[in-house]
Design a protein around this ligand. Structure first.
Ligand code: UDP
Length: 483
């Protein structure tokens, strides 16, 4: 251990999938900007995603390091930003152990999906903080359903039930619940391990900010009894265009082309459509989106990621699945920009021309939309996204629902039941992007939230204070160990 006055050393061990890796890298950068020494533990191939970004941070004087683990002989690296929660990373156990026995950081922040790592870290008596990637609201919803709702006894898939014990009246349907809630025989060991990981940890870091969900932040601490540091939105640490353009992966559109297109549009006139880093939609669904967007007559940027065709995953939506002539028409009348692959999401969301975000409600996208002041059309698919939708539309009232009813498994659906028709897409787009009194109210609420998000991460803000509080607590522990 370093001397008492040396900066606090925090290790960050992010997961490989985009929705978990990206915010943890940002979190490491935030802690470095508060004076800690942040070390990101990763694999050689994954480090390529953020190597340039961290080099820029170092040039700007931040104490931040990447440590790449040496992979065991014969093991291949996992570099897919679309790696799902069940991806097994335990081949990193030995290299992680070897690295940690030589070090003694003040604490390590690990992603919950490295399920196997908790034991190794605890054995070495290193303080362990868990990062789950979600916000306070979905935690409260899921915890109450898990502990107080007999899901198997709910006979109807589509009849709403009220989630008990929450500060607001939140209704869900059985069809919107994760498959492992409906069938407890699925993954019981993995879910138990993840729960224990948190229970035995020093605490948890949450990428949110107090003013976004105050009642739920209090609930997490006081009712669920979790020791939590709420330190976000961490995406706001990306200040330069460079940081915003190639976040996670290198964008398939260059910054200039993207900005030129957006600059040619009126304020609040463009809808940004993205389903995050994981989701794979079947061709039929993409066709419905195309028809719905065209019929709405609003301008859009549509990020087509991986698509799913008869359970076969296709990279970057490159197959020709769009309706005949759609792409040509969108180009000709300059209505739509289609990005196949990876988009510079922050750059787009923060542009003045963007007035709506059709999102799958991944926690990062939800938070990024809210903190950029962009109202949302919610289209949840998987994970805790249906809870996030309720936060957006029922609690914060900063979005409208497209009408998605079915929780679907993230990677493949033998029978895709979640299709949302073109008329619903058109209706939701017109409702959000139109100039009705309701849409103006939604817009003004989200702008107010964006202001609060920025204040939270500035000096004097709640998230800023919580980063400092964790650093101070770790310092106090160091002192206690020395005396
Ligand atoms: N992202 C991006 N460009 C893309 C797709 C995703 O920058 O084309 C980023 C997005 O800004 C967010 C993360 O990837 O930070 C996706 O996380 P989220 O929780 O929204 O969804 P997930 O990918 O985990 O389903």
């Amino acid at each position: 251990m370093d001397s008492i006055d040396a900066p606090i050393q925090i290790f960050f061990f992010p997961f490989v999938g985009g929705g978990h890796q990206i915010p943890m890298i940002d979190t490491a950068r935030v802690f470095a900007s508060h004076g800690a020494i942040s070390t990101i533990i990763t694999t050689p191939s994954n480090s390529i995603h953020f190597h340039k970004l961290i080099t820029r941070d170092q040039q700007n004087g931040l104490n931040i390091i990447i440590h790449t683990l040496t992979l065991p002989h014969n093991s291949s690296d996992i570099i897919d930003m679309s790696s799902g929660p069940m991806t097994d990373t335990s081949f990193l156990l030995e290299p992680l152990k070897q690295f940690l026995v030589l070090q003694h950081p003040d604490c390590i922040v690990m992603d919950m999906f490295h399920r196997w790592a908790g034991e190794v870290i605890d054995e070495l008596l290193i303080k362990r903080i868990v990062f789950t990637g979600n916000g306070c609201f979905p935690r409260c919803v899921h915890d109450n359903i898990r502990n107080h709702v007999q899901v198997q006894n709910i006979s109807s898939d589509y009849e709403p039930f009220v989630v008990p014990n929450l500060p607001d009246k939140i209704e869900m349907t059985k069809s919107q619940l994760p498959i492992f809630f409906r069938d407890p025989s699925l993954f019981p060991d993995r879910l138990k391990t993840i729960k224990q990981l948190e229970e035995k940890s020093f605490g948890t870091i949450i990428n949110s900010f107090y003013d976004l969900e105050p009642a739920y932040a209090d609930y997490v601490r006081k009712v669920l009894g979790q020791k939590a540091w709420i330190v976000g939105p961490v995406s706001l640490c990306n200040r330069s265009k460079e940081d915003k353009t190639n976040r996670g992966k290198v964008s398939t559109i260059d910054e200039k082309s993207c900005l030129n297109w957006l600059n040619s549009k009126n304020p609040n006139s463009v809808l940004y459509v993205s389903f995050g880093s994981l989701a794979r939609l079947p061709h039929e669904q993409l066709k419905e989106i195309a028809y719905g967007l065209e019929a709405s007559d609003h301008s859009f940027i549509w990020v087509v990621g991986k698509t799913l065709n008869s359970s076969k995953i296709e990279e970057n939506g490159s197959a020709n699945f769009l309706p005949d002539g759609f792409e040509e028409r969108m180009k000709e009348n300059d209505k739509g920009l289609i990005i196949r692959g990876w988009a510079p999401q922050l750059l787009i969301l923060e542009h003045v021309a963007v007035g709506g975000f059709l999102t799958h409600c991944g926690w990062n996208s939800t938070l990024e939309g809210a903190s950029s002041g962009v109202p949302m059309i919610t289209w949840p698919l998987s994970a805790e996204q249906f809870s996030n939708e309720k936060l957006v539309t029922d609690v914060l009232k900063i979005g409208v629902q497209v009408g998605s009813k079915e929780w679907v498994f993230w990677n493949e659906e033998p029978e895709w039941k979640g299709t949302v028709g073109r008329e619903k897409v058109e209706f939701a787009v017109k409702k959000l992007m139109g100039k009705s009194e309701e849409s103006e109210k939604i817009r003004s609420r989200v702008k107010e939230i964006a202001g609060k998000a920025r204040r939270a991460v500035e000096e004097g803000g709640t998230s800023y204070a919580e980063v400092d509080a964790l650093i101070e607590e770790l310092k106090a522990h160091r002192v206690a160990l020395k005396v």
